[in-house]
Every structure is written in structure tokens, then in C-alpha cells.
Design a protein around this ligand. Structure first.
Ligand code: FAD
Ligand code: NAP
Length: 337
């Protein structure tokens, strides 16, 4: 069957699929490539600005990706995601440029609806892979939009090594494990790293907190929040910061600002139907992508609050595909027996 891209299946022919993948980042597309090569004919909903992202996911919002293996000179985020998509299509994945807005996981086959078609008859799938991703929380500071990705980032591992941050003073906002990890990582590149903590204590685990507090290139600014991001119009060069106890405001000249105030997994679709943790991340059986509902698998950032990288997302997308394929093969085998 020729791959249907950007397509709509007419309302009169509601689809049933063996596997439906919801989400179009590295996890979703990797799952698609594996399933398509296994002749499962997967259907991938890539979303239409779902969760605020264009089809292709978070990497469509960045420039150079330098840590995805196989691209020794780096590759632009949108270009990398175009290649993922191309590879999914090459093996026969049916890609639909719509958002899945409603889902019923209470019985198999699972039922789901596209945005705007919630009152129509449902489409169905024997297995579903949730790969809807996550988004970094932002603060909404004055100047944030101007300098986002021009000095401000939410991923030190992704962006820390870029030349504009080399040997420059940098700041991290947050007091959790991510802030501790990101600040420590950034000491490899920046001249000094300031960590803005809004309270007088860290949320980070003891070991991470100790590492942070004892690092010679890190200064923690307690009870401190940022109030404005300033720059030359192109790049960030200053933060206005405020001590919330004394009310004192001052400048903190930095060239980089990294948010580490948590992420929001895109789980509103399934939150009441799958087991999630307190932050809303889908819980999977350790070492697998199986969720609390048999036949539903979760891959990528939507189930990973720790690594949140393209390569780890792709890896779990592969796992989800292999697990879905195995389940379907077992079930088809027992039907035939
Ligand atoms: P995502 O990339 O989050 O994509 C999910 C997709 O699913 C989105 O397009 C969304 O619109 C769609 N979707 C959501 N809900 C629905 C729905 N209901 N129906 C249909 N579609 C839906 N990682 C690296 O390894 N290296 C880097 O250099 C790097 N740089 C980054 C730079 C930035 C600015 C950001 C934000 C992240 C960066 N990351 C990087 C992290 C990386 O992008 C993520 O770890 C990875 O994209 C997560 O992949 P994912 O497949 O889980 O989903
Ligand atoms: P987190 O634990 O929720 O911490 C978020 C931090 O950001 C907190 O210090 C919080 O302050 C601060 N914050 C939130 N909103 C803020 C705002 N508007 N202004 C200023 N500060 C704000 O998130 P995380 O650090 O990303 O960690 C998420 C989970 O992943 C945790 O379970 C963590 O243990 C885990 N993790 C583990 C590792 C590791 O073990 N290596 C690494 C990374 C993450 P308050 O404390 O005042 O609320």
C-alpha cells in the first residue's frame, strides 16, 4: 500500500490498525521504522501543533544537534526530524497529520478519536504506542521570548557546548537534581556557573546537592529569582535578579541561562487511564515500555524524566515497537492454534 501522508481517512471508512503510534518525535518515528519493517503497517499520528510542537517534536525547535550518533558534523534539529519521517515513510508507515484528542483504553481493541471528530465513531487499534513527548517548563520572564535559544535554553546537555557559552558566566534556575546536574555539566564550558534557588534550601538529593555546593566553579544564590532577561537584541548578556528575602534587585551579567525547573509530560490524553507518577510521567515496567494497560506502550520523554535525549527516546521507541510486535505475534499465534 502506498504510504498516505498528510492524509485524512474519509469518515465513512474508520480505520482499524494493529498498532497506532501517537507522537512524531524520535521515539514515535523509531517505533514506526521497526514496525513497518516488520510488516505491521503502523499508523503514526504526527499531530497538528499538538502540545505546542510542530510535527517532528522538540527537535524542530532547535538548531544544531551535535550528540546524535551518525552525524559527526552535527545536524539541524528540523533536518534530523525530516530524515526520521522520511525513513518511516520509506518502509510504509501511514503518517497522519492530525492530533489524537481522545482515547479509550478500557478494552481492546482500544478506541481513539482525532481532534474535531470526538463525537464520531471511534477508530480502533490492537496496540497503541504513546510517544507524545514532554515540554520544559518556562518562567515567562520579561525578555524570555527574545532570547530563547539565543542565550536561554532548557537543556544544558543539548546546548551547553555551543561557542557562545564557552568561558562565559552562565546561570541555572532551579534547585532540583536537574539543576544540580546541569550546573555541574556546564562548569566544563562556562567560566563560572550561578545557580538561582528560590528558597534557602535545595530540593536535590543529598549527594547531588553536596556536589553542587562544593564545586569551585559554582556559586549558589539562595532565595533568588530572576526578574528579567536582557541583552543586545541578538544575544542574552544580563539577568536582573532579586533576593526574595531582602527585596534587593541587581544585575547578574551572564551569557547563558538554563532553566531546570521541571518538565511537563504530554500525558493529558491518558492520565486517568494509565498509571503515572506524581509529575504525570507514564510509569512503565522497569526495563520495558509496558504501561499499566496491556497493549499500551510508552516511549520517549513521556515516560522518562531522567535522560530526556533524542537518542534515549529513539531507543525506547525501538523497544516499544519490538514489544508491540511480540504481543501481536503471540496473540495471532494463539488465535491460529
Ligand atoms: P517529542 O520530541 O517531544 O515529540 C512528540 C511529538 O508528538 C510532538 O511533535 C507533539 O506535537 C506530538 N504529539 C503530542 N501529543 C500528540 C497527540 N495527542 N497526537 C498526535 N501527536 C502528538 N536531545 C538530544 O539528544 N540532543 C539535543 O541536542 C537536543 N536538543 C534539544 C533542544 C531543545 C530546544 C529541546 C526542547 C530539546 C532538545 N533535546 C535534545 C531533547 C529531545 O528533543 C527530546 O528528548 C526528544 O525530542 C524527545 O522525543 P520524543 O519522541 O519523546 O517526543
Ligand atoms: P524538580 O525535582 O521538580 O525540581 C524543580 C526545581 O525547580 C525545584 O528546586 C523548584 O523549586 C524549582 N522551581 C520550580 N518552579 C520554579 C519557579 N517558577 N521559579 C524558580 N524555581 C522553580 O525537577 P527536576 O530537577 O527536573 O527533577 C525531576 C525528577 O527527575 C526528580 O524526581 C529528580 O530526582 C529526577 N532527576 C534525577 C536525576 C539524577 O538522579 N541524576 C537527574 C535529574 C532529574 P522548589 O524546590 O522551591 O519547589
Amino acid at each position: 500500500m502506498a504510504p498516505l501522508t498528510n492524509g485524512k481517512v474519509p469518515k465513512s471508512t474508520k480505520m482499524h490498525s494493529k498498532v497506532v503510534i501517537i507522537g512524531s518525535g524520535p521515539a514515535g518515528h523509531t517505533a514506526a521504522v521497526y514496525l513497518a519493517r516488520a510488516n505491521i503497517n503502523p499508523v503514526l499520528f504526527e499531530g497538528f501543533m499538538a502540545n505546542g510542537f510542530a510535527a517532528g517534536g522538540q527537535l524542530t525547535t532547535t538548531t544544531d544537534v551535535e550528540n546524535y550518533p551518525g552525524f559527526p558534523s552535527g545536524i539541524l534539529g528540523p533536518e534530523l526530524m525530516d530524515k526520521f519521517r522520511e525513513q518511516s515513510i520509506r518502509f510504509g508507515t501511514q503518517i497522519i497529520t492530525e492530533t489524537v484528542s481522545k482515547i479509550d483504553l478500557s478494552a481492546r481493541p482500544f478506541r481513539y478519536w482525532r481532534e474535531g471528530e470526538e463525537h464520531d465513531e471511534a477508530e480502533t487499534a490492537d496496540a497503541i504506542i504513546i510517544a507524545t513527548g514532554a515540554s520544559a517548563k518556562r518562567l515567562g520572564l520579561k525578555g524570555e521570548v527574545t532570547y530563547w535559544q539565543s542565550g536561554i535554553s532548557a537543556c544544558a546537555v543539548c546546548d551547553g557546548a555551543v561557542p557562545i557559552f564557552r568561558n562565559q558566566p552562565l546561570a541555572v534556575i532551579g534547585g532540583g537534581d536537574s539543576a544540580a546536574e546541569e550546573a555541574t555539566y556546564l562548569t566544563k564550558y562556562g567560566s563560572h556557573v550561578y545557580v538561582l534557588v528560590r528558597r534557602s534550601e535545595l530540593r536535590a538529593s543529598k549527594i547531588m546537592a553536596k556536589r553542587l555546593m562544593n564545586h569551585p566553579k559554582i556559586t549558589i544564590l539562595w532565595n533568588t529569582v530572576a526578574t528579567e532577561c536582557q541583552g543586545d537584541g541578538d544575544l542574552l548578556n544580563n539577568l536582573r535578579i532579586k533576593n526574595v528575602v531582602t527585596g534587593e534587585e541587581r544585575d547578574l551579567p551572564v551569557r547563558g541561562l538554563f532553566y531546570a525547573i521541571g518538565h511537563e509530560p504530554a500525558t493529558s490524553l491518558v492520565r486517568s487511564q494509565l498509571q503515572t507518577d506524581l509529575d504525570g510521567y507514564i510509569i512503565t515496567v522497569p526495563g520495558t515500555t509496558q504501561t499499566s494497560v496491556k497493549g499500551v506502550f510508552a516511549a520517549g520523554d513521556v515516560q522518562d524524566k531522567r535522560y530526556r535525549q533524542a537518542i534515549t527516546s529513539a531507543g525506547s521507541g525501538c523497544m516499544a515497537a519490538l514489544e508491540a510486535e511480540r504481543l501481536i505475534a503471540e496473540e495471532e499465534g494463539s488465535e491460529e492454534a
